[in-house]
Design a protein around this ligand. Structure first.
Ligand code: TRP
Length: 454
């Protein structure tokens, strides 16, 4: 086993907070609640948990195994683990994917900042209508100035966190902010539960409706779990390179997955019961958060406080997620391109990410007529990463561990050299999932998303 060396290492709690911080993001807040409602409530949750256990857990483990055994960010890790085969080039994929994600995620992070400021200054009043908020969002996002300023602040904050290092930056911020995020969301959820007429929201989330379950439900559950757990972009791989050798990879993977699910459910309970209570209807994506919720908050008792708290949550969730993707690119730059200074690498990525993010930002306004395959720049990045690059990244990780890596190496990382007795027993099953089930499902999903996506 490689020794711990001079590489920075997360503490046990720090590792969990950083990984959960990456996983819990916009996917939990604006996608999951709607997905459950549309896909059969509790029935979807059961399928989601199945997808999480059978597919996403083994995939997360594969990223962990490559990262910890390689002891480096993706490019170097693949280079070390497969020095004389074409596999060594696979790591480059995980430098490109997180770079694209961080560029467009920063734009949305910037929007959350703007809405937070609006909430603090009491911009939305109790007679604000959904037409007004929709128009405000359209005018704001298409303006060339304010979103750009917000995107700059958001990217700058990210760069500052990452430039401070793994322990002092990422770990410290995650440990401080994740509990805040949890308690605020929980408080909003409890508040929301006690609003009159909130029962319809619970029905929307939890009532099992098997008539809505079909082939697509499974694809949706897998896609949602995959995105929500930040798989396929090298994030888990890079963070695992900062794990200590004694950490049990499986325990971390299980704790992360269930915490992420827990957060998503709490977010659902924070938003949906209140929406139904005020006769508003759920939708997903930016529309929910930036057009519907401001109307809801304005109408609620204590709405100003709730809206400030909610947009703060959105900022925290987005920040800890983008920090993880930023770190992957910075670590790759430091190791592969031999830029030993973390600060310097962070500023280089800041400039590059800011430029590409600016194009994404402007694609809502001045650049909206510039399209790639019929998509605006932002939508192209978003769709292309979610539907093509991330499944591809996930597939590469399972193939690498299942088919290229020595079985003994996989065994030694997974069981910590035979120390974890449960892991030793589970190993053949996990390896079977990694070798056969995950690749087949990923290829299937990939084809469905490439060819049947509307
Ligand atoms: N998991 C985050 C969310 O739920 C999104 C995210 C951040 C992500 N980094 C990622 C998704 C890397 C895939 C890969 O919003």
């Amino acid at each position: 086993m490689a020794e711990e060396g001079s590489r920075e290492r997360f503490s046990r709690l720090g590792a969990l907070m950083a990984i959960v911080g990456s996983a819990v993001g916009l996917g939990n807040i604006w996608r999951f609640p709607y997905q459950i409602g549309e896909n059969g409530g509790a029935a979807f949750i059961v399928i989601y948990i199945g997808a999480m256990l059978v597919l996403c857990l083994p995939m997360m483990l594969c990223e962990f195994v490559i990262g910890r055994r390689g002891g480096s960010a993706p490019i170097e890790a693949f280079g070390k683990l497969a020095p004389s085969s074409p596999w060594k080039y696979a790591g480059y994929l995980y430098a490109v994917i997180p770079f694209i994600i961080l560029s467009y995620y920063s734009v949305v992070g910037g929007w959350s900042l703007e809405y937070f400021f609006r909430a603090v200054t009491g911009f939305f009043t109790s007679d604000t209508t959904q037409e007004q908020t929709t128009e405000f969002f359209r005018a704001f996002s298409s303006s060339p100035s304010r979103p750009l300023v917000c995107h700059t602040i958001f990217m700058l904050t990210t760069a500052l966190v990452v430039s401070r290092g793994v322990k002092k930056g990422i770990e410290a911020v995650s440990k401080a902010l994740m509990p805040v995020l949890f308690f605020i969301m929980l408080a909003i959820a409890i508040y929301s539960i006690f609003l009159p007429g909130s029962g319809a929201g619970f029905e929307y989330i939890f009532k099992p409706d098997f008539s809505k379950v079909n082939g697509k439900t499974f694809a949706n559950a897998i896609g949602q779990a995959f995105f929500s757990l930040s798989l396929g972009a090298g994030v888990m791989l890079t963070y695992a390179s900062y794990f200590k050798k004694k950490e049990n990879l499986q325990t971390i993977a299980v704790q992360t997955s269930f915490s992420d699910l827990g957060f998503a459910l709490i977010a659902g309970c924070a938003v949906l019961p209140a929406l139904f209570s005020f006769g508003l209807s759920p939708q997903q994506g930016p529309g929910l958060v930036f057009c519907t919720l401001p109307v809801l908050f304005a109408k609620m008792p204590l709405g100003v406080v709730i809206s400030i708290a909610f947009f703060l949550c959105l900022i925290i969730a987005a920040l800890t997620s983008i920090v993880s993707t930023f770190e992957v690119v910075v670590a790759s730059l430091m190791e592969h391109f031999r830029i030993p200074s973390r600060k310097k690498a962070s500023w280089i990525i800041f400039v590059a990410g800011w430029l590409v993010g600016t194009l994404c930002c402007l694609s809502f306004g001045p650049l909206q007529d510039f399209t790639i395959f019929g998509y605006t720049i932002f939508n192209f990045f978003d769709t292309f990463t979610a539907n093509v690059l991330l499944p591809l990244g996930g597939l590469v990780a399972v193939l690498m561990v299942g088919w290229k890596m020595d079985k003994d190496v996989f065994y030694s990382e997974y069981t910590n050299d035979g120390a974890g007795s449960l892991n030793c027993k589970l190993f053949p099953f996990v390896r079977f999932l990694v070798r056969y089930v995950c690749p087949l499902v990923m290829v299937g999903l990939f084809l469905i998303q490439c060819f049947f996506h509307s």
